[in-house]
Design a protein around this ligand. Structure first.
Ligand SMILES: NC(=O)c1ccc[n+]([C@@H]2O[C@H](COP(=O)([O-])OP(=O)(O)OC[C@H]3O[C@@H](n4cnc5c(N)ncnc54)[C@H](OP(=O)(O)O)[C@@H]3O)[C@@H](O)[C@H]2O)c1
Length: 260
């Protein structure tokens, strides 16, 4: 079953036979009603730039109170000892994991890398024409496609034996922004260059392309972390859960920019 604060928005799922219960992460009693009789909960973080910690704490406490056994959470992956901080993302993730550990619920942590779907957001919709114009760096990122992540999550929720485990769902292969320019060149059949920009020039380029300033700043923080190698690991967890190779960034970007 699924939870929605407005079940009308989940009508497409209801049409597939999925029971939709009404619940709002800010409304504790609604969560208790929604979780009644439920054994496992998948908590996908709510919107960044909202009070995620309160919402997540409500979900965990309501689940524990009504007897849910197992809660699965999907934070952004961080390397051990990482200096990567993005207050809207990493702080509520750390808080949520700590709250979950103290809750008495069984848990599974499914770390997400940056989604492949984010790349048009990072490099702008005009990359085929004007190049991959991002700040310099040769770090690599092993992104994963959302459908693959969703499928892996379904495996964890439906197969036994994942309680108490932490997985890091990197895709493969890891690519740098130079590799990305090469991939776009191969897709288009003409040279697409990696054009290193200063941070200021990157922000100007993205805002000129229509991205609001704060969103461009947010994208820049992710690019710095990618260039620093925050998500370059290849643990193979995603492939093992899927039982097949995950979608590659080249496969995904063949449809670019329709995929943006
Ligand atoms: N790893 C990555 O690269 C990456 C990139 C982008 C996003 N993400 C993650 O993906 C997830 C979705 O992000 P998104 O920006 O794409 O959001 P989204 O598609 O807008 O989905 C957010 C969902 O959460 C629901 N929601 C929000 N507040 C709620 C509340 N108080 N109670 C119940 N439901 C609530 C929304 O319901 P309504 O329809 O009612 O608003 C909506 O269905 C987040 O966890 C985000 O961190 C990860």
């Amino acid at each position: 079953m699924g939870l929605a604060r407005d079940p009308e928005k989940a009508a497409v799922l209801a049409a597939l036979g999925i029971e939709i219960r009404t619940g709002d992460y800010f409304d504790y009693d609604s969560l208790k009603r929604a979780f009644a009789g439920v054994e496992k909960v998948l908590l996908v973080p709510t919107h960044a730039f909202t009070d995620r910690s309160t919402q997540h704490a409500n979900v965990i406490a309501a689940a524990a109170e009504v007897g849910v056994k197992h809660l699965v959470y999907t934070p952004i992956i961080r390397k051990a000892g990482s200096a990567f901080e993005l207050p809207q993302v990493t702080e509520p993730d750390a808080f949520t994991i700590k709250t979950l550990e103290a809750s008495g619920l069984q848990s599974t942590i499914l770390g997400h890398p940056p989604y492949i779907e984010n790349f048009p957001f990072y490099i702008g919709a005009d990359a085929f024409e004007s190049g991959v114009r991002v700040p310099a760096g040769d770090g690599k990122v092993a992104s994963a496609a959302r459908e693959d992540l969703a499928e892996a999550q379904a495996v964890v929720l439906t197969d036994p034996g994942h309680e108490g485990k932490t997985y890091a769902l990197h895709g493969a292969p890891a690519v740098s922004f130079s590799d990305l320019a090469q991939i776009l060149s191969e897709i288009r059949g003409t040279a697409v260059h990696h054009v290193p920009l200063s941070d200021e020039a990157y922000l100007e380029h993205m805002v000129a392309g229509g991205l609001p300033g704060p969103a461009a700043e947010f994208a820049l923080r992710w690019i710095h972390a990618i260039n620093g190698g925050e998500w370059d690991d290849q643990p193979g967890d995603l492939e093992r859960l899927l039982g097949r190779k995950p979608t590659t960034i080249a496969e995904f970007l063949r449809d670019y920019p329709a995929a943006a």
